[in-house]
Write a protein that binds this ligand. Sequence first.
Ligand code: LLP
Length: 403
Amino acid sequence: MSQQLSPEQLTALAKEFGTPLYVYHAEKIKEQYAKLAKAFSGSNVVFFYACKALTNVSVLKYIRSLGANVDCSSINEAKLALHAGFLPQQVLYTSNGIGFDEIEEAVKLGVNINIDSLSNLEKFGKKYGHNYPVGIRLRPNIMAGGNLKISTGHDKSKFGIPVDQLDKIIETVNRYSILITDLHIHTGSDIKDADVFVKGIEVLFDLIPHFKELRSVDLGGGFKVPYKKDDEEIDIDLLGKKVKEAFDSHPQARNLQIWFEPGKFLVSECGYFITQVNVMKETSATTFVSVNSGFNHLIRPMFYDSYHRIENISNPQGESKRYSVVGNICETDTFAWDRKLHEVREGDHLVFYNAGAYGFEMSSNFNSRLKPAEVMMKDGKPHLIRRRDNWDDLLKNQVEVIS
Ligand code: LLP
């Protein structure tokens, strides 16, 4: 039986900590990690949690305790990971479009690095030559992912060095004898089809013979999780089988480590976003339910047209009606249009499911509203892992020059 927090537990948390509130269920993260570990148990796989999905330090520490490594997308994420207790060799910094100074800093930290431009590869070679192992992020020219905004491997994407520039990569690597130990691709997020990864593997396999000192190939993240009721998770066991078959049957790949960078798969479903209804508004087009939040706290519906299941946990037996769930900020911030919910009244608590990944993490102080608190439920007990923003937080970096 899958780990889930009950409406009663969520209501109690809303009362104890106030709303809007992000809640993360530790045991659900553990369950997802166990699924991955089982699916790939036959292969030499290392998981690097893509922490851009959710960087709360307590979550990082928890995921570390499960045995995962961590993938970072900025130098500060790398520092957070070290702060959370990951060893430098457990930290991977997959950079994109960054200045060389960040790469130098990452080298000082001693973490693994994937370089994603010829320009930085050149600078890296000049400075470090063969002295620091490094990976290359490639753009495999594969279209994948739930929508274009989260597709990163196609032939118009900014990410990675295009595989069609292989000659230039090899020339640069040879000129400086750069110690290339990893080849990386990440094609997108919300990928349901295991064959997308197989396609990526085929692209990488063609490249392996050019790099004699490889230790790993990194297939990125992007495993789909179910957002809608009838959505399906990527068939992770099937993927595990296909990856094993591919690597076992390739003489030069057989001894390489296989790296993955799952973000959503680990932390999406563990997350609940609890809001409270401020205002009900009847109009000729729809009945609006305005909650005490907006895209300043959960931007995914407005940004990606993404779907989050919503439930009225205050009136689970209420009659089903259609509503449009919106926020309270001064811009259109529709969470759901024409959605069936149990009858909603002002003061009710509405829960948004699957809010763990890229929820709090993409929140902002737009409209000078305060960021929500975060709570981790672990072993049946709630722990406040980030206090709610307060008035001082809004002012803390401002320099008031006009008297
Ligand atoms: N590795 C790299 C290099 C990535 O760029 C990403 C995500 C991941 C791993 C993890 O992907 P995941 O397993 O979480 O799908 N904010 C969007 C998703 C953007 C993902 C960006 N890169 C959303 O809320 O759907």
